[in-house]
Ligand binder design. Structure first.
Ligand code: FPP
Length: 235
Protein backbone atom coordinates (compact mmCIF):
# COMPACT_ATOMS: atom_id res chain seq x y z
CA UNK A 1 0.00 0.00 0.00
CA UNK A 2 1.48 3.36 -1.03
CA UNK A 3 -0.33 5.93 1.00
CA UNK A 4 -0.54 5.06 4.71
CA UNK A 5 -2.28 7.66 6.89
CA UNK A 6 -0.18 9.09 9.72
CA UNK A 7 -3.10 9.40 12.08
CA UNK A 8 -6.10 7.04 12.11
CA UNK A 9 -8.95 7.56 14.57
CA UNK A 10 -11.74 5.12 15.44
CA UNK A 11 -15.11 5.70 17.07
CA UNK A 12 -15.54 2.17 18.43
CA UNK A 13 -19.33 1.94 18.25
CA UNK A 14 -21.66 -1.06 18.25
CA UNK A 15 -20.38 -3.23 21.11
CA UNK A 16 -23.79 -3.29 22.78
CA UNK A 17 -25.74 -4.18 19.63
CA UNK A 18 -23.15 -6.81 18.66
CA UNK A 19 -23.85 -8.55 21.97
CA UNK A 20 -27.64 -8.14 22.19
CA UNK A 21 -28.07 -9.47 18.64
CA UNK A 22 -26.34 -12.63 19.90
CA UNK A 23 -28.48 -12.86 23.04
CA UNK A 24 -25.50 -11.84 25.19
CA UNK A 25 -25.14 -9.06 27.78
CA UNK A 26 -23.87 -5.62 26.64
CA UNK A 27 -20.81 -6.24 28.82
CA UNK A 28 -19.87 -9.22 26.66
CA UNK A 29 -19.82 -6.82 23.69
CA UNK A 30 -17.44 -4.46 25.47
CA UNK A 31 -15.17 -7.38 26.37
CA UNK A 32 -15.08 -8.49 22.74
CA UNK A 33 -14.48 -4.88 21.65
CA UNK A 34 -11.47 -4.68 23.94
CA UNK A 35 -9.98 -7.79 22.27
CA UNK A 36 -10.52 -6.18 18.87
CA UNK A 37 -8.76 -2.99 19.99
CA UNK A 38 -5.75 -4.99 21.19
CA UNK A 39 -5.46 -6.65 17.75
CA UNK A 40 -5.89 -3.35 15.88
CA UNK A 41 -3.23 -1.54 17.92
CA UNK A 42 -0.69 -4.23 17.05
CA UNK A 43 -1.76 -4.23 13.42
CA UNK A 44 -1.58 -0.42 13.19
CA UNK A 45 2.00 -0.59 14.44
CA UNK A 46 2.85 -3.26 11.82
CA UNK A 47 1.29 -1.14 9.07
CA UNK A 48 3.38 1.91 9.91
CA UNK A 49 0.50 4.05 11.19
CA UNK A 50 2.04 6.67 13.50
CA UNK A 51 -0.98 7.44 15.70
CA UNK A 52 -4.14 5.46 16.45
CA UNK A 53 -6.72 7.46 18.42
CA UNK A 54 -9.71 5.61 19.84
CA UNK A 55 -12.89 6.80 21.56
CA UNK A 56 -13.05 4.57 24.64
CA UNK A 57 -15.33 6.57 26.93
CA UNK A 58 -16.99 9.93 26.35
CA UNK A 59 -17.89 12.49 29.01
CA UNK A 60 -21.52 11.67 28.11
CA UNK A 61 -21.07 7.91 28.62
CA UNK A 62 -21.44 8.59 32.37
CA UNK A 63 -25.19 8.87 31.61
CA UNK A 64 -25.31 5.07 31.18
CA UNK A 65 -26.40 2.72 34.01
CA UNK A 66 -24.06 2.42 36.99
CA UNK A 67 -23.75 -1.28 36.20
CA UNK A 68 -22.46 -0.62 32.66
CA UNK A 69 -20.13 2.23 33.73
CA UNK A 70 -18.68 0.08 36.54
CA UNK A 71 -18.19 -2.84 34.17
CA UNK A 72 -16.38 -0.62 31.65
CA UNK A 73 -14.15 0.99 34.30
CA UNK A 74 -13.13 -2.43 35.64
CA UNK A 75 -12.46 -3.67 32.10
CA UNK A 76 -10.28 -0.62 31.40
CA UNK A 77 -8.27 -1.27 34.58
CA UNK A 78 -7.61 -4.89 33.57
CA UNK A 79 -6.48 -3.80 30.10
CA UNK A 80 -4.28 -0.92 31.24
CA UNK A 81 -2.64 -2.97 34.00
CA UNK A 82 -2.29 -6.39 32.34
CA UNK A 83 -3.89 -7.09 29.01
CA UNK A 84 -2.05 -4.43 27.04
CA UNK A 85 1.22 -6.32 27.63
CA UNK A 86 1.30 -7.67 24.08
CA UNK A 87 0.70 -4.16 22.74
CA UNK A 88 3.42 -2.73 24.99
CA UNK A 89 5.93 -5.39 23.87
CA UNK A 90 5.28 -4.22 20.29
CA UNK A 91 6.75 -0.80 21.27
CA UNK A 92 3.38 0.99 21.26
CA UNK A 93 3.23 4.16 23.39
CA UNK A 94 -0.04 4.75 25.25
CA UNK A 95 -1.35 8.29 25.84
CA UNK A 96 -4.68 9.51 27.20
CA UNK A 97 -6.81 12.43 26.11
CA UNK A 98 -9.63 13.67 28.31
CA UNK A 99 -10.52 14.97 31.73
CA UNK A 100 -9.43 13.32 34.98
CA UNK A 101 -12.35 14.75 37.02
CA UNK A 102 -15.07 12.19 37.85
CA UNK A 103 -12.70 9.27 37.33
CA UNK A 104 -12.16 6.72 40.11
CA UNK A 105 -8.69 6.83 41.68
CA UNK A 106 -8.01 3.17 40.78
CA UNK A 107 -8.76 3.99 37.13
CA UNK A 108 -6.40 7.00 37.22
CA UNK A 109 -3.70 4.78 38.81
CA UNK A 110 -4.07 2.21 36.01
CA UNK A 111 -3.88 4.98 33.37
CA UNK A 112 -0.71 6.33 34.96
CA UNK A 113 0.77 2.85 35.16
CA UNK A 114 0.41 2.15 31.44
CA UNK A 115 1.51 5.69 30.50
CA UNK A 116 4.70 5.32 32.58
CA UNK A 117 5.36 1.79 31.35
CA UNK A 118 5.26 2.91 27.71
CA UNK A 119 6.70 6.43 27.94
CA UNK A 120 9.98 5.47 26.25
CA UNK A 121 8.36 3.35 23.52
CA UNK A 122 9.02 4.72 20.06
CA UNK A 123 6.43 2.88 17.94
CA UNK A 124 2.83 3.69 17.13
CA UNK A 125 1.07 6.02 19.59
CA UNK A 126 -2.20 4.65 20.95
CA UNK A 127 -4.12 7.76 22.03
CA UNK A 128 -7.02 6.60 24.20
CA UNK A 129 -9.76 9.22 24.45
CA UNK A 130 -11.12 8.64 27.88
CA UNK A 131 -13.69 10.75 29.72
CA UNK A 132 -13.31 12.74 26.53
CA UNK A 133 -15.41 15.31 24.67
CA UNK A 134 -14.32 17.25 21.60
CA UNK A 135 -16.05 20.50 22.63
CA UNK A 136 -14.70 20.06 26.18
CA UNK A 137 -11.19 19.69 24.70
CA UNK A 138 -11.53 23.00 22.82
CA UNK A 139 -12.84 24.73 25.97
CA UNK A 140 -9.99 23.30 28.10
CA UNK A 141 -7.41 24.36 25.48
CA UNK A 142 -8.91 27.87 25.36
CA UNK A 143 -8.67 28.19 29.15
CA UNK A 144 -4.98 27.17 29.10
CA UNK A 145 -4.32 29.60 26.26
CA UNK A 146 -6.15 32.38 28.13
CA UNK A 147 -3.90 31.80 31.17
CA UNK A 148 -0.77 31.95 28.99
CA UNK A 149 -2.03 35.15 27.36
CA UNK A 150 -2.66 36.70 30.76
CA UNK A 151 0.79 35.76 32.04
CA UNK A 152 2.30 36.94 28.72
CA UNK A 153 3.72 33.49 27.93
CA UNK A 154 2.17 33.87 24.48
CA UNK A 155 1.41 37.01 22.46
CA UNK A 156 -1.91 37.58 20.73
CA UNK A 157 -0.22 37.86 17.33
CA UNK A 158 1.33 34.41 17.80
CA UNK A 159 -2.04 32.68 18.12
CA UNK A 160 -3.01 30.70 15.04
CA UNK A 161 -4.43 27.26 14.31
CA UNK A 162 -1.02 25.58 14.73
CA UNK A 163 -0.14 27.23 18.07
CA UNK A 164 -3.73 26.63 19.29
CA UNK A 165 -3.37 22.91 18.55
CA UNK A 166 -0.46 22.74 21.04
CA UNK A 167 -2.99 23.51 23.79
CA UNK A 168 -5.09 20.43 23.02
CA UNK A 169 -4.79 17.37 25.29
CA UNK A 170 -1.97 15.90 23.16
CA UNK A 171 0.31 17.37 20.53
CA UNK A 172 -0.48 14.99 17.66
CA UNK A 173 -0.62 15.32 13.86
CA UNK A 174 -4.07 15.98 12.35
CA UNK A 175 -6.35 13.00 11.74
CA UNK A 176 -6.10 11.69 8.17
CA UNK A 177 -8.67 8.89 8.37
CA UNK A 178 -11.60 8.79 10.78
CA UNK A 179 -13.48 5.50 11.03
CA UNK A 180 -16.81 5.05 12.80
CA UNK A 181 -18.07 1.51 13.19
CA UNK A 182 -21.56 0.63 14.43
CA UNK A 183 -23.62 1.58 11.37
CA UNK A 184 -24.04 5.24 12.40
CA UNK A 185 -22.69 8.27 10.58
CA UNK A 186 -22.04 10.98 13.13
CA UNK A 187 -19.07 12.40 15.05
CA UNK A 188 -20.55 12.29 18.57
CA UNK A 189 -18.24 15.03 19.90
CA UNK A 190 -15.05 13.18 18.90
CA UNK A 191 -11.79 15.03 18.11
CA UNK A 192 -13.52 17.95 16.39
CA UNK A 193 -10.43 20.17 16.07
CA UNK A 194 -8.14 17.35 14.94
CA UNK A 195 -10.47 15.93 12.27
CA UNK A 196 -11.04 19.12 10.25
CA UNK A 197 -9.69 17.56 7.02
CA UNK A 198 -10.09 13.87 7.90
CA UNK A 199 -11.41 11.41 5.34
CA UNK A 200 -14.49 9.75 6.84
CA UNK A 201 -15.17 6.03 6.63
CA UNK A 202 -18.32 4.30 7.89
CA UNK A 203 -18.12 0.51 7.57
CA UNK A 204 -21.27 -1.55 8.00
CA UNK A 205 -19.71 -3.39 10.94
CA UNK A 206 -20.07 -3.42 14.72
CA UNK A 207 -16.77 -2.71 16.46
CA UNK A 208 -16.11 -6.24 17.83
CA UNK A 209 -16.12 -7.51 14.21
CA UNK A 210 -13.81 -4.76 12.92
CA UNK A 211 -10.73 -6.94 12.64
CA UNK A 212 -7.41 -6.47 10.78
CA UNK A 213 -8.95 -7.19 7.34
CA UNK A 214 -11.53 -4.44 7.96
CA UNK A 215 -8.75 -1.95 8.74
CA UNK A 216 -7.13 -3.02 5.47
CA UNK A 217 -10.39 -2.15 3.66
CA UNK A 218 -10.42 1.26 5.35
CA UNK A 219 -6.80 1.86 4.32
CA UNK A 220 -7.66 0.91 0.73
CA UNK A 221 -10.53 3.41 0.79
CA UNK A 222 -8.11 6.07 2.08
CA UNK A 223 -5.53 5.26 -0.55
CA UNK A 224 -8.04 6.10 -3.27
CA UNK A 225 -9.16 9.42 -1.83
CA UNK A 226 -8.11 12.60 -3.56
CA UNK A 227 -7.26 15.01 -0.71
CA UNK A 228 -7.33 18.63 -1.83
CA UNK A 229 -7.43 20.56 1.47
CA UNK A 230 -9.54 23.28 -0.12
CA UNK A 231 -7.32 23.51 -3.20
CA UNK A 232 -8.32 22.40 -6.71
CA UNK A 233 -6.97 19.44 -8.58
CA UNK A 234 -4.02 20.30 -10.79
CA UNK A 235 -3.37 18.25 -13.96
C1 FPP B 1 -19.61 2.10 22.15
O1 FPP B 1 -20.44 1.00 21.88
C2 FPP B 1 -18.48 1.67 22.95
C3 FPP B 1 -18.13 2.16 24.17
C4 FPP B 1 -18.89 3.19 24.89
C5 FPP B 1 -16.98 1.61 24.88
C6 FPP B 1 -15.77 1.34 24.03
C7 FPP B 1 -14.95 0.42 24.77
C8 FPP B 1 -14.26 -0.62 24.29
C9 FPP B 1 -14.13 -0.97 22.88
C10 FPP B 1 -13.60 -1.46 25.25
C11 FPP B 1 -12.12 -1.49 25.18
C12 FPP B 1 -11.42 -0.27 25.39
C13 FPP B 1 -10.21 -0.20 25.99
C14 FPP B 1 -9.51 1.10 26.00
C15 FPP B 1 -9.55 -1.35 26.64
P1 FPP B 1 -21.91 1.03 22.43
O2 FPP B 1 -21.93 0.43 23.77
O3 FPP B 1 -22.44 2.44 22.40
O4 FPP B 1 -22.66 0.15 21.40
P2 FPP B 1 -24.19 0.28 20.99
O5 FPP B 1 -24.31 1.58 20.22
O6 FPP B 1 -24.39 -0.90 20.12
O7 FPP B 1 -25.01 0.26 22.23
Amino acid sequence: MNKIPNHVAIIMDGNGRWATERGMSRSAGHKEGAKTLEKLAIYAQDKGIKVLSVYAFSTDNFKRSKEEVDYLMNLFIVYFKEKFDRVIKKNVKVLFSGRKVNLRSDVIDAMEEVTNKTKDNTGCILNICFNYGGQEEIVDASLKLFKDLNSKKIKEEDINKETFSKYLYQDLPPIDLLIRTGKEQRLSNFMLYESSYAELYFPDTYFPDFKENCLDEALKYYENRDRRFGNIKKD
